[in-house]
Structure formats: structure tokens, C-alpha cells
Write a protein of this length. Structure first.
Lengths: 359, 361
């Protein structure tokens, strides 16, 4: 066993023997690792807002730390190990690619609690949490379908993982429902955050006649391109991106991690923390629809709000049959809704979408 | 009035001193930057340079990690320095690193789940060949069509990145990975993995290869004809031609060596610390190695030290982020300063500073 582990375990054993959960007046130490810079104004930024909310809620009883732009792989393992060694009680790993590093390090530090965002593997000291972003995408998909004049909607997609594919399907289904002539063009950029690549993708889409851009990447670069082009609109992703309101940013899907984060920190303080798999949506406030600006006609705003309300109330599921897969095979029968298992592993397009899921 | 006068030959004293001066200037300027960010500069510098090595809480873990982080940097930089000395600019080591990992990894995955001892050596050879082959593209284009190797090798990085994405989503994807991108994990495939050779030391085959490369490069540059040709071509290309150096052959050799070493670094990384081929497996080692090569004055021993120093700023920089709340951008700026000051004080190697009185007209 490596030396550092021995000393870490010895320290932990000592703490246990003395019956100290960490001395009462010592603050609970909560760490975050982010895949992008906190200034991305998207994904990592919103997680950092959650971190700040923890500080606000608990004041002196908590100490939070973070490391930004940590590559997914060996570097993440190193940062996590150093965090665990420096006495963190709870560590949030906020990107899908941190899954294996989180599990590896969690095994070595059984007394540190880990929370991995958007993953699907749990352990006794690793929880997973994610938001049902597809609920939000259904709402903005409807707005997109109603607002497009060229009937062409562009979608800037990051990586072909189930979460992203789910988002494409959810927005396409609702755009199509609102406007049967709608066509969706998907561009894969293979990055979560790269303003240059995102801008190029947006430009290419606009040149193909797209006048509504949806994005599953975190920078505001597509918004800037939409603004330059003039009559193109888009939606804030992860953050509100309200600096581009009232147009091109007409609404947004906002990730709201704060309530969950505060809950989990409280659980660690109370000693009630348990490994769970959380998947919350609009109803629990983890997904929020950003303020709809006046660029959206009043009747469209009302329709969008009605969809969001129905989802929140549990009256409507964005994946409700009849729905076929892209190849025409039946998926959901009339009135049937998708189960979470299928959604979590979604690797196919629904009928009507063009192109293939890359693989 | 200050005037710069070109020295007839570069100053030996300044060649040795400039890295130290650059490091000192970086400490001062970095300290000022940290102070401007509202942090105690001494505490920040201590966290970056001292804590990873000597802090009781971390050192046992982070000292070996220094080798893990420095290994690929040194291995790649040694290869690059050969070409750089001869004026052959391979900027695309990042691409050769990716292709090495792909080629070597693919060989291992093809034999899954065999447990033959021959697999890992075979993967190493394939990794080196992959990097070599990728570097041959700019080499051949340069020798045949006189294209610029800087541009071609750099642009091939982006091609390699696309190839990496497509491989981790398609051909090399883990069939038991539930549809998620990324290959099988080599750490769980014993015959193809590159684990720590001695637990807790950070030593894996990639670090061993880096040390061997340092020694081999040193011997070659001082004792071998090829080393002489490289140095001569860098110092006086025309004289080199009269001395019988064939430029075409030298270009192919230098790009080949640097490509093969970058490919090896990629293979050792993917089978060891990284563990799997994934979409963004590459984390800029190929570009950072360029800084390491120059920081080490293109000298094998210098590169060894520069690689360790660079690794230290990475590991200490992470500590500074979560212990002091320094932003990642400040750490990157700090690393950038190092190269900036090095190039700036380089002037002293080639020029003499003269203070002269203004003559009255």
C-alpha cells in the first residue's frame, strides 16, 4: 500500500477511534472540480453558483474550494487525491468524464463522500445526480418550432452521449409538433466548451439558412454569431446568458444546482449522507426556464409556459407515444411514456431526424 | 543610452545563467501578480513550489506524481530538441502523441482478452511506429514538395484529434461500455497495461523511457556523428552541407525521432495514468513539451530539469487553486511568464549590453 494511503488511513482510523466526525467547530470542507473555467458563463459557471450558495447558506460552518479546467483522466485523479488528502469531507465532480476517476479515488478514501454529476455508476461513498434537462428542451423546442421562419432549426451538439441525444430528440419532437414542416440540422463539435469551434458551428448553420439555434455547449459564442447575423435567435444554455436578451437570447434552460448542493452538505453535517442517484427536473426546480423575452409572441409564451407547467405537475411527459425510432420501428405506443432506463441509455434518434448518431 | 551589440559567439556564461534569471524574474513578476489578485505572494509561491515536495500532508503523494506528469513532457521534448537544434520545427507532437496512443492501444485491444506477455512490447512498437508515421507526413511533404513543416505538423494535430474522437466513438469503443464513448480500460486488462513498477513511486515504463531518452540523447549529441550533424546544421547550414550532411536525410531522421518519441509517450500514457482512449485523452503534453524543450536550452539534462519544473508548476498550481483560491488562469499566466522571460533574457546570450554616452554634436 502506498505510503500516502497508509498515513491517510491511519489518520482516518484515529479520527474514528476518537469518535470525532471532524471536530465540532471545524468547518465542513466541500470541494468542487470543474471541467471548464468558471467564467464560461455556462455549465461550470452554474456549478460555481451552487458552490457560492453553499457558502451563503452555511457561512462559517463550511469551507468550499474548487479547481477549474481539470482535464478528465489522470489529472482529475491527481486533483481528487490531493483534495481528499487535504481533509475535504465532500467532493462534487461536475462532469461526465470524471466518472472513472471519481470511482477510483473514492475507493481509496472510503471516509470522503463524492457526488458525481451526470454519471450512472454509484458506490457506497459515491452518489450521482443530474437534471432532467430534456424537460427544458421540450419547452424551448416548442418555442423554436413556432418561431422559425425558414423552418430550419440548428442544433450544436457536444458529444454523442445519451444525455445529449435525449436533448436533441426532446427538442425535435416538440418543434415538429408545433410546426410539421420543421427540419433540424445537428452539428457535432466534440467539446463542452470551445468558443472558436462553437462559433464556427453556428456560422455554418446560419449559412445553411437556420434561423433558430439550440446549443448543448457552454459558451456564449453561438449567441454572438446569432446577434451578428441579425434575424437569428437562440437560447441560453446552462446559464441564463441574459446579456444577449431580449434577442438573440429569447429564453434559456438554466441548471439550478443550489438546492441540491445545500441539501447534500446538510446531510454530511448531520451524518445522514447516503449514496443516492438523483434525477430531478422542472418540478423540483433543478431545471428552470429562463425568462421569455418579448421577442417571443405572447401566445407562444403562453403555450410554452403551459407545457412547462404540465411537466412540473406530472401531467405530461416529453417522451409520450406514439413515437417511432429513426429507422421507422415502433418505440412508444399511443399514450405510453418512456421509462428512465431507456432515457438514460438513449443512443438513437426519433423518426424524422436526419443524419446518424456518430459512432 | 543603452545599445545592444551582437556578440561574435554566444556567451557561455549567459547560456547557463539565463534559465536561472528567467526563473527568478518569473518568481518576482508572478509574486506581484498574485499580490494584485489579493493573495499573499509568499504563501502562493510556497504552495506552488514547496508544498508538493515537502508538505507533510501531500508530499508522499505528489512527489511521485511529479514523475508521472514530467515523464511524457521530457520524452516528447527530448525528441523535439533534436529537430529544433537543426532548425527543423516539429510543432505537431500533440498529434503524434495521439496517433501513438491510438496505434498502440488498437494493437492491444485487438488481442483482448489475451494474457500473452508479448502484447505490451508489441503495443510499444506500434505506438512508436504510429507517432513516427504521423511525423513522416510533414517530413515527406517537406523533402518532396518543400512545404513548411511547422504548418503541416501543426494542422495534422487537428486531424489527429478528429481521428481520436471518431475512434473512441466507433472502432475502439468499449463494447461493454453501455454505448458511452471511450475504449476499454487498460488498467483492467493486465497484459496491455502500464502500471506503476513499484507501488507509490510513480515510476512506470513511460518514465523509464524518458530517462533512457535523456541519456541516449546526451550520448548521441556529444559522441555520435548524427549528433554532430544536427549541431552543425543548426549552427551553420552551409558549412554542414560541405561537411557532407544531406539535408533531406536529416529532416526525415529528426522528424522521425521526435514523432516516435511522442508516439511512445502517448502509448505509455494511455495504457498507464490515463487508462483509456477517450475523446479528449490528449491534454496538451505535445504543446507543453515545446516550452520544456526551450526552457531546457534544447540540452538533454536541461530538458530533464525543465520537465520536472514544469510538472511542479502544474501540481503546485492545482494545490494553489483549491488551497488559496487562485484562478486557473493565473497559474497558466504564471507558466507563460516562464517562457516569456526565458526568451527575453536570451537576448543577453547573443548580445552585449553597452552603456554609451551620448555624443555631443
Amino acid at each position: 500500500m502506498p505510503q500516502f494511503l497508509k498515513s491517510a488511513l491511519a489518520g482516518a482510523a484515529l479520527a474514528l477511534a476518537l469518535g470525532l466526525p471532524a471536530t465540532a467547530d471545524e468547518p465542513t470542507k466541500v470541494g468542487f472540480i470543474y471541467v471548464g473555467p468558471i467564467g464560461d458563463l455556462g455549465w461550470s459557471h452554474e456549478h460555481d453558483q451552487g458552490r457560492k450558495a453553499i457558502e451563503e447558506a452555511f457561512g462559517d460552518k463550511v469551507q468550499t474550494t474548487y479547481v477549474e479546467s481539470v482535464p478528465e483522466g489522470a489529472d482529475a485523479e491527481r486533483v481528487l487525491t490531493q483534495m481528499a488528502l487535504s481533509g475535504h469531507d465532500l467532493i462534487f465532480t461536475t462532469s461526465f468524464g470524471y466518472m472513472e476517476p471519481t470511482l477510483n479515488i473514492a475507493k481509496k478514501f472510503p471516509n470522503v463522500k463524492f457526488e458525481h454529476a451526470t454519471g450512472y455508476k454509484q458506490a457506497p461513498n459515491v452518489s450521482t445526480y443530474s437534471a432532467r434537462f430534456y424537460e427544458g428542451r421540450a419547452v424551448i423546442g416548442h418555442i423554436a418550432g413556432r418561431m422559425t421562419k425558414s423552418n430550419k432549426i440548428g442544433y450544436i451538439a457536444s458529444f454523442p452521449i445519451p444525455e445529449v441525444i435525449r436533448g436533441i430528440n426532446a427538442s425535435y419532437i416538440h418543434a415538429k409538433k408545433a410546426n410539421p414542416d420543421v427540419e433540424m440540422k445537428v452539428v457535432w463539435v466534440y467539446t463542452w466548451f470551445d468558443p472558436g469551434k462553437e462559433a464556427d458551428a453556428a456560422k455554418a448553420l446560419i449559412e445553411q439558412g437556420v434561423d433558430v439555434i439550440l446549443q448543448h455547449t457552454d459558451s456564449t459564442a453561438p449567441m454572438a454569431e446569432a446577434e451578428k447575423a441579425g434575424n437569428v435567435i437562440g437560447f441560453g444554455q446552462a446559464s441564463d446568458m441574459s446579456q444577449y436578451a431580449p434577442s438573440p437570447r429569447v429564453s434559456a434552460i438554466i441548471d439550478n444546482w443550489a438546492p441540491y448542493y445545500i441539501d447534500r452538505v446538510q446531510a454530511v453535517m448531520d451524518g445522514t449522507w447516503e449514496s443516492v442517484a438523483t434525477w430531478d427536473g422542472i418540478a423540483d426546480g433543478m431545471v428552470k426556464i429562463g425568462e421569455m423575452t418579448d421577442a417571443i409572441p405572447a401566445d407562444v409564451q403562453e403555450e410554452a409556459q403551459a407545457i412547462a407547467d404540465a411537466i412540473a405537475a406530472g401531467d405530461y411527459h416529453p417522451f409520450t407515444g406514439p413515437l417511432n425510432k429513426q429507422d421507422g420501428t415502433a418505440w412508444l405506443a399511443e399514450g405510453e411514456t418512456a421509462d428512465d432506463g431507456t432515457l438514460l441509455g438513449m443512443n438513437f434518434y426519433v423518426e424524422g431526424l436526419e443524419g446518424d448518431v456518430p459512432n | 543610452m543603452i545599445r545592444l551589440e551582437k556578440r561574435p559567439t554566444p556567451s557561455r556564461m549567459w547560456t547557463a545563467l539565463t534559465p536561472l534569471v528567467a526563473v527568478l524574474a518569473t518568481l518576482v513578476a508572478g509574486g506581484l501578480m498574485f499580490a494584485a489578485l489579493g493573495k499573499d505572494p509568499f504563501e502562493a509561491l510556497r504552495t506552488i513550489f514547496y508544498d508538493p515536495l515537502f508538505n507533510a500532508q501531500f508530499a508522499a503523494y505528489s512527489r511521485p506524481q511529479l514523475l508521472v506528469k514530467a515523464g511524457p513532457l521530457i520524452l516528447i521534448a527530448i525528441g523535439l530538441s533534436m529537430g529544433f537544434r537543426a532548425g527543423i520545427w516539429n510543432i505537431g507532437a500533440e498529434g503524434q502523441y495521439i496517433i501513438g496512443a491510438l496505434a498502440g492501444g488498437a494493437v492491444g485491444l485487438a488481442f483482448y482478452p489475451s494474457d500473452s506477455v508479448l502484447i505490451f512490447p508489441l503495443m510499444v512498437i506500434a505506438g512508436a511506429l504510429g507517432g513516427w508515421g504521423w511525423a513522416m507526413i510533414p517530413a515527406i511533404l517537406k523533402t518532396r514538395f518543400n512545404t513548411n513543416e511547422i504548418l503541416v505538423s501543426l494542422l495534422l494535430v487537428y486531424v489527429a484529434e478528429q481521428l481520436l474522437a471518431s475512434m473512441s466513438l466507433g472502432l475502439l469503443r468499449n463494447p461493454q461500455g453501455g454505448g458511452f464513448p471511450g475504449s476499454r480500460n487498460f488498467q483492467q486488462y493486465e497484459a496491455a497495461s502500464n502500471p506503476e513498477l513499484f507501488a507509490g513511486t510513480g515510476m512506470h515504463w513511460g518514465v523509464v523511457a524518458a530517462f533512457i531518452a535523456v541519456i541516449a540523447a546526451y550520448v548521441m549529441l556529444t559522441r555520435h556523428l548524427l549528433g554532430f550533424q544536427i549541431r552543425l546544421t543548426g549552427a551553420a547550414p552551409r558549412a554542414a552541407r560541405f561537411a557532407g550532411v544531406i539535408p533531406t536525410r536529416l529532416i526525415v531522421t529528426c522528424l522521425g525521432i521526435s514523432g516516435a518519441l511522442a508516439g511512445l509517450a502517448g502509448l505509455f500514457e494511455v495504457t498507464g495514468p490515463a487508462g483509456q482512449i477517450s475523446i479528449d485523452f490528449n491534454s496538451n503534453y505535445g504543446f507543453t513539451a515545446i516550452i520544456v524543450a526551450f526552457l531546457g536550452r534544447l540540452h538533454p539534462v536541461g530538458i530533464l530539469l525543465a520537465g520536472l519544473l514544469m510538472a511542479l508548476t502544474y501540481i503546485g498550481g492545482e494545490l494553489a487553486q483549491f488551497m488559496l483560491g487562485l484562478p486557473a488562469a493565473a497559474i497558466q499566466a504564471f507558466q507563460g511568464m516562464l517562457l516569456f522571460f526565458l526568451l527575453a533574457v536570451d537576448v543577453l546570450t547573443n548580445f552585449r549590453v553597452r552603456l554609451i554616452k551620448r555624443e555631443v554634436a
